[in-house]
Write a protein that binds this ligand. Structure first.
Ligand code: SAM
Length: 243
């Protein structure tokens, strides 16, 4: 593994995001379960199950954090496939690597500290590139999408799982209450950290909605861009292909 292999230049936003994730790393998995009432596990399973990943594939999971997606992907690529788990944050990567090692999952995983905006890989390196709950934290999303496209092999797919715009009108007030009142309280109660969770709720609202992200992917060079809403658009899965 080349975990921690280089330092990345950081803008102010990246610094803030870095602090947020260093601060939540240890509680990250617990908080995901609490905040989403466990539903994030279903979204992640669906995200991986509907990908076109095959035995022997080489996959890059960007903003991979504590490794939920990487673990699910590894079961699909088998012993002959490999997963690179990339994240800008050393603390998140460390929690992820420890967790995998504790479960006896070592072979076929690499951990690389990297900024999604500038990937340390040659062109056409991967069959699939995924980013789950990561793109909204990236400062230059267009650059990240272009990089995802560059490192994909021709025929490869990019998949983005991200919070999106809630569609049913009646659900919006409930969702807002959960995000801005319940989340920071949960953050305070379980992680002694309301601010990080306030940041998360705000970052969700600022993230481009379904059609805008789809257009950004096309602009970055992807073909056949499409999306699918899950749970009324709380999250959406965007896909695009390199042709
Ligand atoms: N994919 C994991 C999951 O679904 O549980 C982790 C998602 S977590 C909400 C977001 C991750 O994005 C954090 O681990 C954070 O360090 C990482 N991140 C933020 N900005 C990044 C960037 N510019 N490049 C790579 N990773 C980044």
């Amino acid at each position: 593994t080349h975990f921690g292999f280089r330092d990345v230049p950081r803008s102010e936003k990246q610094k803030l995001v870095g602090e947020v994730f260093s601060s939540v790393a240890g509680n990250y998995d617990l908080m995901n379960d609490l905040m989403s009432m466990g539903i994030h596990r279903v979204w992640k399973r669906y995200f991986v199950a509907t990908s076109q990943v095959r035995h022997g594939d080489r996959v890059l999971d960007l903003a991979g954090g504590t490794g939920d997606i990487a673990l699910l992907l590894k079961d699909r690529v088998g012993d002959s496939g490999s997963i690179v788990l990339g994240d800008i944050n050393g603390s998140m990567l460390k929690v992820g690597r420890d967790r995998m090692t504790d479960r006896g999952r070592v072979a076929g995983f690499e951990y690389v500290q990297m900024n999604a905006e500038k990937l340390p890989f040659p062109d056409s390196s991967f069959d699939l590139v995924t980013i789950a709950f990561g793109l909204r934290n990236v400062t230059d999303k267009d650059a990240a999408l272009r990089e995802m496209h560059r490192v994909l092999k021709v025929g490869g797919q990019a998949r983005v799982l991200e919070f999106s715009e809630v569609k049913p009108e009646w659900f919006r007030p409930i969702y807002d209450f959960h995000s801005f009142k319940v989340l920071p309280r949960l953050g305070q109660l379980f992680a002694r950290d309301a601010d990080s969770y306030r940041y998360l709720a705000e970052s969700i609202r600022k993230h481009p909605a379904q059609d805008e992200l789809k257009a950004m992917m096309a602009e970055a060079g992807f073909a056949r861009c499409s999306y699918r809403n899950l749970s009324g658009g709380i999250v959406a899965i965007h896909t695009g292909y390199k042709v």
